[in-house]
Structure formats: structure tokens, C-alpha cells
Design a binder for this molecule. Structure first.
Ligand code: SAM
Ligand code: SF4
Length: 475
């Protein structure tokens, strides 16, 4: 347990930039006409981030004819910016101890039914080995907020994950989702080699925030949490991820909050968030469901499409909280990362069971399919499942994140790396059917690439992966 003094020093951009009156005005007074709507869509399609006011135009355009145009534009932008890759990861829950009392969460301290456990080093190894044996290469470690989970503890967990080796591979990128730290805490976890630091504001609406997160708890401090990713950036984090928990307050307000947060980071640090997450509330142990702000599937689809258009260069993460058919549909609107084969019960990978016990987990999942099933579906739908970690490992992150800055980057780097990591999966872990379909997809993708030395090199690497023990051949 850490006894280190925790500084409450905010970042240099540490002020409350969520202007509720302005958001309220935009959501009540914005009138949409076809001309303005098309102007905003055109700006987004030229890959420029939208302002809060422009995002409000899309939010207010809720008639069916606008929705069709909105979805079509989101599809086009996703195709133009990301191509057809979908990055895959898995969450690894390290511990369910928590001193907070978030009203929606099964881990909250006032939930007597929650079974509390923190993985031991041996258990962490067993979990990571189980994940590796299924083919995972990218993890996000998830922690409750508790003195046990100090920056040193988190850093130690990250190092342990990287240290696990199996004959066919190792985890190549470890992200974390953890409570807000101070600058020194962030430096400690950064030194362990984390990829993205991710944290969700849950709700940007102050009164709702106060209702859901009692003031006497650590999480009760709205500004400390709002400022967390800025402190992480100042402490040297390469990538940060933000998010909001949908279902606590008006979803349109939360979208404006996410866009304002993203613009705030861009303004102060010349780099927006690497990813945005938009979890929807799920049933959790001992939690009474409150339907007042429930986001319907139809609203959720609009929400994803609007986010895609508002922040063209930010990755959008859709988790296994959502059911498989909806995930499949939403991929087309701009989601760029999904988790697959996820288990959120502490120790749930090494004790594989397909039933969910709410008392053992934070909330219930909607998609329990295996990694192989998800990969097969992606391939069938024409996506390239990718486990690529090249940019992060070559320092192509944050401000220098080249993916979008260099013309042709996706064709030269992202697609080849997606294909080599897919080939690794096919050669080492896939079922026969997935293997067959994956090989066909790779052949089709190769046909699309221009002839030349680079393509010949890619073909040679794919062959080496398929026919030898060589792995991790990234561009
Ligand atoms: N304890 C840390 C925190 O609160 O930031 C770490 C992460 S928590 C384990 C991950 C996220 O799960 C939370 O930020 C919240 O958005 C989400 N979550 C909590 N309860 C949920 C529920 N009932 N349904 C869906 N998502 C939930
Ligand atoms: Fe703790 Fe996070 Fe759950 Fe809140 S959401 S009770 S902080 S684990």
C-alpha cells in the first residue's frame, strides 16, 4: 500500500471548461436547416474536427432524412481515415477493491454482495497466459480506485504483463484504465511502458456527477477527474483516452462534453485524445436501473455516427457491453477498436466459464463470443482484424502520430501491419474455418495494393510468418 503524499496540483490547463449554460442553449435553440446540416457534414468530410456548436447541429438533426445522410457520411469518413482495419484488444480486470461509491457500479464500496479480489502475481501470469493462448496481443488493465492500487502497484502489474512470454508470442501493448493520478503517479506508470492511459468522466453534467459520485469519496472531485488526462500528457503519456458513461444524463449533452474535452486537449497540448469510449449503462450487482436517460439503440447509432464526424482522427472504442448484432452494425459507422473474447470477472480468463455471475464483476457483458468467432465475423464482413502495435513501439504516437499526417501512411504501414498480425493469428490460433476465410481476405487485400518493392516485401513477410517461427515483422 502506498503512503506517498498525493499532490492535488492540477495541470496547467486545469480549469473547468464545461460550459453547461452554453451546451443547454445549443441543445434547446439550435435550429437545423438542410443548408447548415450539409455545411457541417462537408466540413467533417474534409477531415476537420467540428466545434461544439457544429456538433450540436448534427445532434439536433434527428429527422429520418438527416439520419440517412449522417450514417452515409460517417461510413465515408471512417473508410477514408481508417480504411477497413479494426483493432482488437481485451480487458484484464486486476482488482475489484474500491473506496468509491459510484451508484451504477457493482464494485462500489456500499455493495455488500460484491466479491472483492485482487489478482496475485501468479494469478496475473495465469490470466495473461490464457489470453496469449487465445491470440491476444493488446490488453487494457482495469483497476478500481483503492490505496492498494498505487502507481507503483499499477506499474508493477504492467511490467508483469509484458514479462509473460509464450512460445508463440507476448503482449505487445498494455493500456490502463485507472483512477486519476497526480503528475508523479503518471510518470511512474509511464515508466513501466503503458500505451494509452484511459479514464472516463462518466458524466460531464455537474449535478448528475455529484448525484452519482458522493462528495466524500475520491471520485467526488469532478475537476480532479476532468483534468486527469491533461496531467497524464504533461507527465509524458504518449496517448490518452477519454469517455463518458451513457445513460446517466442526456446523451446529447455528453457528446458535447466529449467534443469540448477533445478540443480542450487539442488547444492546450496540440494533440487530441487517441481514443473516445462511449459505454452504455449495463445491469450491475445491486444496482436499480434508472431508465430516465436510457439511450435507445437508434439514439446510440446516431451518437456513434456523430462522434465519428465530430472527431475524425480519434479512434472510437466499442466494447463487449453491447450485443453482437449491434456491434456488427456499428462497425460501419466509424468504430475503429473493439474488444473480443472479453471476460470481466476477476480471474475470468484462466477459469473460463460462459456464465456471468454479477457479484464477481463490475457489470454484465452483452457479447460473450470468443476471439475466433469475432475475427471470423469481421473477415466475413470485409474488415481486416488487426493486432498492430507498431506505431506505439516505434514512437509514432501523440503529437508525432503519423497515421494521419503523412499521405499514404495507412497504405504503407497500417494495412501491411494489420495483414501480418492477422497472418500470425491465422497461423497460430485460428480455427480451420477462420484460417480459410482469413487467407482469402489477405489475398484480396494484396490485390488492392500497388505493385512494387513494398508489396513484394509484404508478401515475403507473410510467407515467412506462415511457414516459419518468425513473428512480429512490423513496418
Ligand atoms: N475505477 C476506475 C474508474 O472508475 O475510473 C476504473 C474503471 S471502471 C472499472 C471502468 C468503467 O466502467 C468506468 O469508468 C465506468 O464508465 C464503467 N462502468 C461502471 N459501471 C458500469 C455499468 N454498470 N455499466 C457499464 N459501464 C460501467
Ligand atoms: Fe470504483 Fe470505478 Fe466502480 Fe466507481 S466505477 S465504484 S471508481 S470501480
Amino acid at each position: 500500500m502506498s503512503t506517498r503524499f498525493i499532490s492535488k496540483q492540477l495541470s496547467r490547463s486545469g480549469y473547468d471548461f464545461i460550459d453547461e449554460d452554453y451546451f443547454g442553449e445549443l441543445l434547446s435553440k439550435t435550429r437545423v436547416d438542410r443548408h447548415r446540416f450539409r455545411e457541417v457534414i462537408a466540413k467533417s468530410l474534409s477531415k476537420e474536427p467540428l466545434s461544439v456548436e457544429e456538433t450540436a447541429v448534427l445532434l439536433q438533426a434527428d429527422e429520418p432524412e438527416y439520419c440517412e445522410e449522417l450514417f452515409a457520411a460517417a461510413r465515408r469518413l471512417k473508410e477514408a481515415v481508417y480504411g477497413n482495419r479494426v483493432v482488437l484488444f481485451a480487458p484484464l480486470y486486476i482488482g475489484s477493491e474500491c473506496t468509491n461509491d459510484c451508484v451504477y457500479c457493482g464494485f462500489r464500496r456500499s455493495n455488500p454482495a460484491a466479491r472483492r479480489h485482487t489478482l496475485s502475481p501468479i494469478e496475473i501470469r495465469a490470466e495473461v497466459e490464457a489470453l496469449l493462448d487465445r491470440g491476444h496481443k493488446r490488453l487494457i488493465l482495469v483497476f478500481g480506485e483503492h490505496p492498494l492500487y498505487s502507481p507503483e502497484f499499477i506499474a508493477d502489474c504492467v511490467r508483469r504483463v509484458y514479462a509473460c512470454k509464450r512460445p508463440r508470442g507476448e503482449i505487445r501493448r498494455v493500456n490502463i484504465n485507472a483512477a486519476p493520478l497526480d503528475h508523479e503517479g503518471f510518470r511512474t506508470v509511464k515508466a513501466a511502458g503503458i500505451g494509452t492511459y484511459q479514464i472516463f468522466q462518466e458524466t460531464y453534467h455537474h449535478e448528475t456527477y455529484a448525484r452519482c459520485h458522493p462528495r466524500h469519496t475520491r471520485k467526488g472531485d469532478y475537476l480532479w477527474r476532468l483534468d486527469a488526462v491533461a496531467r497524464a500528457i504533461e507527465a509524458g503519456a504518449d496517448d490518452v483516452g477519454i469517455g463518458s458513461l451513457f445513460g446517466l444524463y442526456d446523451w446529447r449533452f455528453e457528446v458535447l462534453g466529449l467534443v469540448a474535452h477533445s478540443l480542450h486537449l487539442q488547444k492546450h497540448y496540440s494533440v487530441g485524445p487517441h481514443t473516445i469510449s462511449f459505454p452504455r449503462l449495463r445491469p450491475a450487482s445491486g444496482v436499480q436501473s434508472d431508465e430516465a436517460y436510457r439511450v435507445s439503440d437508434a439514439e446510440f447509432k446516431r451518437l456513434v455516427a456523430i462522434l465519428r464526424l465530430a472527431v475524425p482522427y480519434t479512434g472510437l472504442i466499442l466494447t463487449a457491453r453491447e450485443p453482437a448484432p449491434l456491434r456488427r452494425e456499428l462497425l460501419g459507422f466509424g468504430v475503429s477498436q473493439i474488444d473480443a473474447g472479453s471476460r470481466i470477472e476477476i480471474g475470468g480468463y484462466s477459469r473460463a466459464a460462459d456464465t456471468q455471475v454479477l457479484e464477481n464483476e463490475q457489470f454484465e457483458l452483452g457479447d460473450l463470443r470468443s476471439l475466433d468467432e469475432v475475427i471470423r465475423e469481421l473477415i466475413t464482413d470485409g474488415y481486416i482484424p488487426s493486432f498492430c502495435t507498431a506505431c506505439y513501439r516505434l514512437g509514432r504516437t501523440g503529437e508525432q502520430f503519423m497515421e494521419f499526417a503523412i499521405p499514404g501512411f495507412i497504405r504503407r504501414f497500417c494495412t501491411p501491419n494489420a495483414l501480418t498480425t492477422l497472418m500470425e493469428y491465422l497461423a497460430d490460433y485460428a480455427s480451420w474455418e477462420t484460417y480459410q476465410r482469413g487467407k482469402e481476405l489477405i489475398a484480396r487485400e494484396l490485390e488492392k495494393l500497388p505493385e512494387g518493392r513494398r508489396k513484394q516485401e509484404l508478401i515475403s513477410r507473410l510467407k515467412r510468418i506462415e511457414t516459419s517461427e518468425e513473428r512480429d515483422l512490423f513496418f
